[in-house]
Design a binder for this molecule. Structure first.
Ligand SMILES: [Zn+2]
Length: 170
């Protein structure tokens, strides 16, 4: 078995996304790392993985925000919580762009934003068939070093664990 196959085996059978999550990894980052690895053919993305990432990320953000609306402070059993997009770009689902908002605040702010767009008060977006789309931002190339470092360290530990297991079996 090659190391790549070892990692694939570990991710598919031995180390579950939940275990990564329990180890403190942000599910969005895990999803991103796994997607990157699978797009390069290094691992196969486990079945149902995207759904898991979405559910886990939702829970992770609610927990980070203490299950409290970050706009009005509402919390409790009678408050319906949603995930707000800070930059109004619904395709930007990174945890740093998401915040826990109550459904009332989220709806009101969404309506206000759409109205501002229609009146031309905000210049950064256009309304298309009910969806808010922002033009792609021109930003400096993203620094992946922290993510790569985390995944590399995790994969390194994993390979060592697998090697130790094999040595014991022989
Ligand atoms: Zn609120």
């Amino acid at each position: 078995m090659t190391i790549a196959e070892d990692i694939e085996d570990a991710l598919l059978r031995r180390i579950t996304p939940q275990e990564l999550f329990d180890a403190g990894y942000n599910p969005g980052s895990i999803g991103y790392a796994v997607s990157r690895l699978s797009s390069r053919g290094i691992i196969k993305r486990p079945e149902g993985f995207v759904g898991w990432v979405q559910r886990a990320q939702r829970k992770w953000i609610f927990t980070r925000d203490n299950y409290t609306c970050q706009n009005c402070g509402a919390h409790g059993n009678n408050v319906e919580l949603q995930l707000h997009h800070k930059d109004h770009n619904k395709n930007n689902n990174r945890s740093s762009n998401r915040a826990t908002w109550c459904s009332g605040c989220n709806f009101k702010e969404g309506q206000e934003w759409a109205a501002k767009l229609r009146m031309g008060k905000v210049k950064t977006g256009v309304v298309k068939k009910g969806a808010i789309r922002l033009p792609a931002k021109k930003t400096a190339p993203r620094d992946y070093s922290r993510l790569v470092q985390g995944v590399t360290s995790f994969m390194g530990d994993l390979v060592e664990t697998i090697k130790a297991d094999k040595a014991r079996e022989q």
